[in-house]
Design a protein around this ligand. Sequence first.
Ligand SMILES: NC(=O)c1ccc[n+]([C@@H]2O[C@H](COP(=O)([O-])OP(=O)(O)OC[C@H]3O[C@@H](n4cnc5c(N)ncnc54)[C@H](O)[C@@H]3O)[C@@H](O)[C@H]2O)c1
Ligand SMILES: [Zn+2]
Length: 404
Amino acid sequence: MNTITIDPKSESSSYKVVVGKNLLSTIHDLIDLKSYSKILIVTDTNLESHNWLKKILIELGSLPIYSIVIPAGENHKNLESLSLIWQKLTNNKFDRKSLIINMGGGVIGDMGGMAAASYQRGIDFVQIPTTLLSMVDASVGGKLAIDFGGLKNNLGFFKQPKMVIADIDFLTTLPNREFLSGFAEIIKHGLIHSKEHFEELQTSGGAISKPIEDSADTIDKYSSSSIQSLAIQSIEYKKPSDLQDQELIDLILHSINVKADIVTEDPQEKGIRKVLNFGHTLGHAFETISLNSTTPILHGEAISLGIICEAYLSYLIGLISIIEFGEIHETIKELQLLHSLSDFEWANNQFFNDKVKNIIQGDKKSEFGKIKWSLLEGIGKGVCDIEISEYELVQEAVDFLKGD
Ligand SMILES: NC(=O)c1ccc[n+]([C@@H]2O[C@H](COP(=O)([O-])OP(=O)(O)OC[C@H]3O[C@@H](n4cnc5c(N)ncnc54)[C@H](O)[C@@H]3O)[C@@H](O)[C@H]2O)c1
Ligand SMILES: [Zn+2]
């Protein structure tokens, strides 16, 4: 079992994130459950059908436990579902000494957290993230939200959980597409804060360590120099599906460490925390447009597309080199994350470019109508609050994804 302590500056609430295997069976040792008057488990229909609700209820035993099962999926992260949780708490006379345990992906964590943060002006909650994405990202940092008025995460609070328990056993039932999409946030964490973490996904550990002779004929894609091209081609990657338990636990821990470093420094996103939005301005636009189509993409998939575009934008405005961009692009492709818009009918629609522009102008990161970009200054170094006056550059970055 591995533990990280998060102690957000200027907030009284420090809490532990525990990462490991078979943690549900030790839940009594991890949380002082007897100190709570009542406990509500918030989960979704997929976790219920994989018997995770049954398992946690057995582990919790004879405590005063209630549960609520919300229909799975982003389109249920809304006021209606939140109302159901509030209603359950009210009907069962939950008091201020009660606890909510959110067992699910980012949807359940964000929404159950919001119920806890608002019920009787705030009760304790514990996050048990069950997707890779929510383990490394959503469950840590105390951002809670629901979607409203057609906008993602439009209503929400900041409130830190009492504890986060990330048990990799949950990943055994997670669909592969969901598992892979979690790697987008891992890559993001490496890119904005830790080159070592980014390179953990490479078996050869570094861009120029292992040149491969026969790649000379392959590209002139990222640069006119074939030597530079060789460097990009030489990296070998770990296949996410081949990771051993300990490798996965280490990767999750390192990724959480990045997020912990950033949210400790800036819990309320007044400054440096904005770097976590790298890949998300355009990523959210793609996600939003796809959700209104017959081929919706997952949050992590949208973010891998957003990372490519925003890394390309960083290159276009001179913040990173073409070689660094090439390494990022290759990593996303090699890990089999989504890296092209060409197959999606919603992206080939004549209104697509206007829709993207419209959505990013209304983005939460805009201030006084100006888009504030979180970009890269290098691999392992994010920057925030960048303004780009020529929209043509943004368009060029989006077009890059169509040509690939
Ligand atoms: N608060 C934050 O800081 C933050 C950060 C990143 C993302 N988010 C939010 O998180 C959400 C995305 O999170 P997500 O990708 O976890 O989505 P999700 O909660 O919708 O889970 C993805 C799917 O996997 C299913 N599932 C979850 N765990 C499972 C398991 N162990 N076995 C089988 N099926 C399982 C769910 O039912 C769902 O269908 C978005 O709403 C996003 O806005 C929040
Ligand atoms: Zn995200």
